[in-house]
Design a protein around this ligand. Structure first.
Ligand SMILES: [Zn+2]
Length: 80
């Protein structure tokens, strides 16, 4: 079971590495300021799977959660 899981994760990582290569990179002015949840949504591959994950995983969404986590407050905002 673990082997199948690991193979699945490996395939996913390889797939996402290809997605990251194709994904749009945020402009310099976005990267120069503090990123927001909206930036992460707009450039999700870059910020979740790509080089931007470092920043996103250290940036607070404003409710005490990191931008790489799902936040119930932000999710509630999205519904409005
Ligand atoms: Zn939030």
């Amino acid at each position: 079971m673990n082997e199948a899981f690991n193979a699945g994760m490996k395939a996913l990582r390889e797939h996402m590495a290809r997605e990251v290569e194709k994904a749009p990179v945020p402009p310099d002015d976005v990267l120069a300021r503090t990123i927001t949840r909206r930036d992460v949504q707009q450039y999700d591959v870059y910020f979740i799977w790509g080089p931007g994950r470092d920043i996103a995983s250290r940036t607070d969404c404003g409710h005490g959660y990191y931008l790489t986590d799902s936040c119930p407050c932000c999710d509630a905002d999205d519904d409005n």
